[in-house]
Design a protein around this ligand. Structure first.
Ligand code: NAP
Ligand code: MG
Length: 478
């Protein structure tokens, strides 16, 4: 029930989008060898945005050779302080073009402009600034105090939920350590990676240091299998991550995997309830729930369950779903038709299993891919909605009675990426955090990110860390 309504406030900037993009190899825009292009659309209204080159195995070969040449000829030989200058240049360009990049990210992927403007783009720039600062201080990253060697050519594959930010997470530490890169963005969100390629060109980086190959899963697989790649950094689904691990087994390629999650978000009865409710809302509905570390399993202490449900139900009705380019929008578009179908399928399974569905009451736009903010009560730990990653704006609510039971239920998942705890009692916060098997645990907050803080999972959420000093180790020879 809206008490009052907002006038539309659409973002007015429209970035220039080319009719057609080539591949970015060896510092130049080149046509794909097979002559194939594919379309990228705006998921908010299904309109066409651009034609993007499809990189075949032959193009992967060209890009890896260019990256090898860039590595041997320029980047590994360059003085670390000079590498830093290039990284600072990229960081500044991303900041200066922040508004344009934010609109591009929202157009191509469907996320609300307030998120791309205030989170994705500034955090991407912050990663370039942070790792630029490390480039000439690498001996301080290693315990032995020696200047460590880079690994070589890094193949980097990123998903569609934070396209530019995931690219920055991977490129910035790789370059700071002296490696070169072949980046493969996701099929549905290639435009900010291509804008970054243009920035790289204008920043005058030596040819081959960063190459961008648009394409699909087969392009990614060809990159993984290419013998000239020394390291693969992958962010995406657990299923593809496992296939990559199998394909690299027995080779001496280095590998880091940032995979899926099904994070427990634990609310104790003594929690600061106003903040906890906001934390839960942010934890699941940020970026339509397309977040690997989303707090998608809410564990509530039984005696405050009813109060929490009443407050969540009220808060749900104040969320604004609609045009992602509107500055007042909280819930934008689902990234693709395929993802929307996956969400519908899992939500149907929850209803059929007997859980109770509560949804935001709103009119969905007639075109584009949308799903209302939702949560399930009466969820059993065995339900698919409690076990599988939905990757949409859908929360599953379970209950517990004691801290031990909260920990047991929280850890009852094959994943281990993130978790959240809300309680007024510091010792309980610390004890529970120590018991949780998750790479990141947020206490009385959620979704906090900083380039100086490592991020990553264990168990089926992957291995390796991105961010902070730990993020450097993944790009340095052992
Ligand atoms: P995905 O299908 O695994 O795709 C991720 C990337 O891998 C895309 O660029 C994709 O290309 C490419 N790819 C697909 N098949 C491949 C193959 N056989 N070999 C090499 N590359 C291949 O994942 P998604 O559904 O797009 O992304 C959502 C998943 O990412 C969720 O599970 C989420 O939890 C996870 N994620 C994890 C983190 C983290 O830090 N742990 C962060 C964000 C997202 P196409 O797009 O062209 O298919
Ligand atoms: Mg798109």
């Amino acid at each position: 029930m809206a008490i009052f309504d907002y006038a539309p406030a659409p973002e007015s900037v429209r970035p220039a989008i080319r009719e057609r993009y080539g591949l970015f190899i060896d510092g130049n825009w080149v046509a794909p060898s097979g002559g194939r292009y594919f379309e990228t659309v705006n998921p908010a209204d299904e309109t066409h945005l651009s034609q993007v080159a499809y990189a075949s195995a032959a193009d992967v070969d060209r890009a890896v050779r260019a990256a090898r040449k860039g590595y041997e000829k320029y980047w590994r030989r360059m003085k670390p302080a000079d590498r830093a200058k290039y990284l600072y240049r990229i960081a500044r360009a991303v900041t200066e073009r922040g508004r344009e990049l934010a609109v591009l990210e929202t157009l191509d992927g469907g996320k609300p402009i307030k998120e791309s403007r205030d989170f994705d783009i500034p955090t991407a720039a912050a990663h370039f600034f942070y790792y630029a600062g490390w480039a000439d201080k690498l001996e301080w990253a290693m315990r032995a105090g020696r200047v460590p060697d880079p690994i070589g050519v890094s193949g980097q594959i990123v998903p569609w939920n934070f396209p530019l930010l995931m690219a920055a997470w991977k490129i910035a530490p790789a370059l700071a350590c002296g490696n070169t890169v072949v980046l493969k963005p996701a099929e549905t969100t290639p435009l900010t990676a291509l804008a970054l390629a243009q920035i790289v060109r204008e920043a005058d980086l030596p040819p081959g240091v960063i190459n961008v190959l648009t394409g699909d899963g087969a392009t990614g697989a060809a990159l993984v299998e290419h013998a000239g790649v020394d390291k693969i950094a992958f962010t995406g689904s657990t299923e593809v991550g496992k296939a990559i691990a199998r394909s690299l087994a027995g080779t001496d390629k280095r590998l880091t995997l940032e995979l899926g999650g099904k994070a427990a978000h634990i609310v104790f009865a003594d929690a600061p309830m106003d903040q906890a409710i906001e934390g839960v809302i942010n934890g699941i509905y940020f970026n339509q729930g397309h977040v690997c570390c989303a707090g998608s399993r809410l564990l509530v202490e039984e005696r405050v369950h009813d109060e929490v449900i009443v407050r969540l139900t009220e808060r749900l009705q104040t969320l604004r779903l609609g045009d992602p380019l509107d500055k007042n929008t909280d819930i934008g578009a689902i990234n693709s038709k395929a993802q929307l179908e996956k969400i519908h399928e899992l939500v149907r399974s929850g209803v059929e299993a007997g859980a109770t569905l509560v949804q935001q009451q709103c009119v969905l736009p007639s075109r584009g891919f949308y799903f209302p903010a939702s949560f399930f009560t009466n969820v059993h730990p065995s339900h698919r909605i409690a076990r599988e990653e939905i990757f949409g704006p859908v929360l599953s609510v379970l209950t517990f009675r004691t801290p031990d039971e909260a920990v047991e239920k929280a850890n009852n998942t094959p994943y281990g990426l993130s978790a959240g705890i809300w309680t007024d009692k510091g010792s309980k916060n610390m004890w529970v955090a120590q018991q949780l098997r998750a790479g990141v645990v947020w206490c009385n907050t959620f979704n906090q990110f900083d380039p100086s803080s490592p991020f990553g999972g264990y168990r089926e959420s992957g291995f390796g860390r991105e961010g902070g000093v730990h993020g450097l180790y993944e790009y340095l020879a052992k």
